[in-house]
Design a protein around this ligand. Structure first.
Ligand SMILES: *[C@@H]1O[C@H](CO)[C@@H](O)[C@H](O)[C@H]1NC(C)=O
Ligand SMILES: [Ca+2]
Ligand SMILES: [Ca+2]
Ligand SMILES: [Ca+2]
Ligand SMILES: [Ca+2]
Length: 446
């Protein structure tokens, strides 16, 4: 075969420059049917200027536009052999991926058509083999040739946030520019071609508190002194738009819940300057006298309050215990009280935060004091004999009615009720009974 070493099979590539990048000049939106027709008309027109492309150049690629919506099969290209003199002696055959189902060839003309619309994002190219055979004998006129039909991208996929919805947190009072989080959208269109997958981020909801970097999707604090105690959660909506963010690009959005984490920017404060407590003089040591509370707007550790009694005269009778859960201070009796000795105590208590953040000391002081007035309540106590025991002597023949001695008991309570003395029914034992509410107090003497 004289022609054996020559190019016997040519692929007539319909591509011209204007088609390689059809979307550069289009309005860049999802292709409507009308737009598509226009584009195809352009393409047919371009066919007039078709040139043969030799082996070793881009001869072995066809292009077919994805998502074709026309009713007729889409023209892909034409096979042609040099042996084909136009006398209908050559038949073109096709084999490989999608032949019959996706691509067909006109045996006589070599015209290739796509039977249905293709999705580049599903399959970006097809590998096929072409051959020219003798119409009569069916014998190959030349070796089989492999070529590729590449599916040309259109912008038919919007950027998507695959991991959304998101949540993130940042400390309250963070300076402007503080990093919050980074979110990224994915666009399945061809990143190597045009701007169909070039994403630009913008913030739709959440200004002026937060900002997003258009290129990286990094979200930052945009407003100084954001206070958790005023507003704790922000719902920020971020948009990702392809076509470099230009008008007509496809967009996807996502929501990010941004929570402000607590910092210790609020000191504890007593709700009043004086607390009044009352305690029975009979209360045992260690019992609770009452509670005080200083409020702290922060949360968790930053709201924990430590109470202490400011050293001084009145405070020495009491202790204060800090309750981690209720954030209250419980006043405890440290020594025995006696109403008859002292009826009231006044002292100061201090409330301070356990954990201090030195960055916010200027918002302090992170402690507060209040005055505590404790009134001691009188309890009715038994009369008390002047001695623990009395020893009296008398003669064995002393007549009835003769005084042999005297015992004395005194009521120490305020009001000093009179005391009545009664003999107990027991041998050698006398009971003294108090007037009034008939409380019995026993005392023994021998
Ligand atoms: C964001 O906050 C809203 C409202 O509180 C809630 O319904 C939603 O589940 C949150 N989303 C995430 C991802 O935490
Ligand atoms: Ca597609
Ligand atoms: Ca696409
Ligand atoms: Ca896209
Ligand atoms: Ca706080």
């Amino acid at each position: 075969m004289l022609m054996g070493n020559c190019l016997l099979l040519f692929l007539w590539c319909l591509l011209d420059k204007s088609f390689v990048s059809p979307l550069h000049s289009s309005s860049q939106s999802r292709l409507g049917k009308e737009q598509y027709r226009n584009m195809m008309a352009h393409r047919k027109h371009g066919m007039m200027g078709v040139h043969r492309v030799k082996r070793g150049w881009v001869w072995n690629q066809f292009f077919v536009l994805e998502e074709y919506m026309g009713s007729d099969p889409q023209y892909v290209g034409k096979l042609h052999s040099d042996l084909d003199k136009g006398d209908s002696m050559v038949k073109y055959t096709l084999s490989g991926e999608g032949v019959g189902s996706v691509f067909t060839i006109e045996p006589r003309t070599g015209d290739i058509h796509a039977l249905r619309s293709l999705d580049r994002e599903e399959k970006p190219y097809y590998t096929l083999r072409a051959q020219a055979v003798d119409m009569l004998t069916g014998r190959p006129l030349e070796p089989e040739s492999e070529f590729i039909i590449k599916v040309q991208d259109i912008n038919d996929n919007e950027p998507r946030f695959l991991e959304g919805p998101y949540s993130a947190s940042v400390p309250e009072m963070s300076p402007v520019g503080s990093y919050v989080t980074q979110i990224t959208a994915t666009d399945t269109d061809d990143p190597t071609y045009g701007n169909s997958a070039r994403i630009v981020y913008s913030i739709l909801h959440g200004q002026p508190y937060f900002s997003v970097d258009p290129k990286t999707g990094i979200i930052r604090v945009a407003l100084p002194n954001m206070d958790r105690e005023v507003k704790e959660m922000y719902q920020v909506v971020i948009q990702a738009k392809d076509m470099g963010g230009q008008l007509g690009g496809l967009a996807g959005t996502t929501t990010i819940n941004i929570t402000l984490r607590d910092v210790n920017d609020n000191p504890p404060r007593f709700s009043k300057s004086i607390f009044h407590l009352r305690v029975l003089e009979s209360s045992p040591v260690g019992s609770s006298v009452g509670r005080v509370k200083a409020h702290d707007l922060d949360s968790g550790k930053n709201a924990e309050v430590e109470y202490s009694i400011v050293p001084g005269d009145g405070g020495s009778m009491f202790d204060i215990y800090s309750n981690k859960n209720s954030h209250e201070g419980t006043v405890i009796l440290k020594k025995r009280l006696d109403y008859e000795t002292r009826t009231a105590y006044t002292f100061k208590v201090e409330a301070s935060n356990a954990v201090i953040d030195h960055r916010f000391l200027h918002l302090g002081p992170f402690k507060d004091t209040a005055t505590l007035k404790v009134n001691v309540l009188d309890v009715e106590e038994p009369p008390v004999f002047s001695r623990l025991s009395y020893n009296m002597e008398t003669y064995e023949d002393t007549p009835v009615g003769i005084i042999i001695g005297a015992v004395t008991a005194e009521d120490l309570d305020v009001g000093n009720s009179p005391v009545r003395y009664v003999r107990t029914p027991y041998t050698h034992t006398h009971t003294l009974c108090r007037h009034g509410p008939y409380l019995m107090w026993h005392i023994c003497f021998f």
